[in-house]
Write a protein that binds this ligand. Structure first.
Ligand code: GDP
Length: 290
């Protein structure tokens, strides 16, 4: 409660941070890589915020544990702020809460905000889209690449990172990705593919340099306004969805709603009619025969 008002007041102070999405399958080395990127940014004397989103976990327990482990490394550094979010089950979805946290970090003056998400479904594609640029992390071994392709994640990648390049098959993975990139439907130039070994830091500075080059090129051009507008639109739409859903569901007493949903489940009523009724677009289904 009250967060909305605070976020409203913060809003004019946002809009400066470079927002970077990092996504990939569990275990591909995202946290290790983000950690290495953070170290690089700190060496360059830039302040970094990290939002680690786990869309699959409704519990904050795991997230807090993850926070602790990572925070230890940067515990005494005021130039780093790391926050984990376990967002499943929140009305308003992952993007809303993530965007709010990103906003706070932006207002706090962090130069770069990294949004790290597990790449397992549609949710992370959305989160990646809220960032200015997205890094998609894959590991050697064809399975991951196919998986990435399936999730449509390659479509949103601005940079591709083959992490665990110390493992056999890295070169092959790069080739596979190059092959798959030829299937991209959009007209943007293909994303560069970089190899990293996050555990040793090998290739991470090169990745950061490629990332920064793109971020700064964007920030210094008409792209920046485009990025800001994309985020602004998403936020408005997300808030709208949330408030309209809340309002529509609030129109009907819970018991009545439950009864209607039971009818949908029994196929006595179709979900389209009920949704339209709740949205105020269709007359009440009271008279519909069961
Ligand atoms: P996440 O689930 O994507 O965040 O992955 P983590 O960062 O937790 O890494 C998963 C495991 O892979 C850990 O045991 C890491 O130490 C290991 N790992 C991360 N990067 C590399 C790498 O470049 N090479 C190798 N061999 N292992 C790595």
């Amino acid at each position: 409660p009250g967060s909305r008002q605070l976020l409203r007041e913060l809003y004019p102070h946002t809009g400066r941070a470079r927002i970077v999405g990092v996504t990939g399958n569990p275990g591909c080395g995202k946290s290790t890589l983000v950690d290495a990127l953070v170290r690089g940014y700190r060496k360059a004397e830039r302040r970094v915020g990290v939002v680690a989103v786990d869309p699959s976990s409704p519990f904050s327990g795991g997230a807090i544990l993850g926070d602790r482990i990572r925070m230890q490394r940067h515990a005494v550094d005021p130039g780093v702020f790391i926050r984990s979010l376990a967002t499943r089950g929140h009305l308003g979805g992952i993007s809303r809460s993530t965007d709010d946290v990103v906003s706070v970090l932006d207002a706090m003056g962090f130069d770069v905000v990294i949004v790290e998400t597990v790449g397992v479904g549609q949710a992370e594609v959305e989160i990646v889209e809220t960032a200015h640029l997205a890094i998609v992390v894959v590991v050697p071994g064809l399975g991951d690449e196919v998986q990435a392709m399936k999730a449509g994640i390659l479509e949103v990648a601005d940079l591709l990172c083959v992490n665990k390049a110390d493992r056999p098959g890295a070169e092959r993975a790069v080739q596979d990705l190059q092959q798959m990139l030829t299937l991209r439907t959009d007209s943007r130039p293909p994303p560069p593919i970089l190899e990293t070994v996050a555990v040793s830091g090998k290739g991470v500075e090169e990745l950061r340099a490629a990332l920064d080059a793109r971020l700064e090129a964007g920030a210094g051009s008409g792209l920046w306004q485009e990025w800001q507008e994309r985020r602004a639109r998403r936020r408005v739409e997300e808030l709208l969805r949330e408030s309209l859903t809340r309002r529509a569901l609030g129109r009907m007493p819970e018991q009545e709603l439950g009864a209607r949903i039971a009818r949908v489940a029994r196929r006595e009523l179709d979900p389209f009619t009920l949704a339209e009724e709740l949205a105020g677009l269709a007359p009440s289904t009271d008279g519909v025969r069961g």
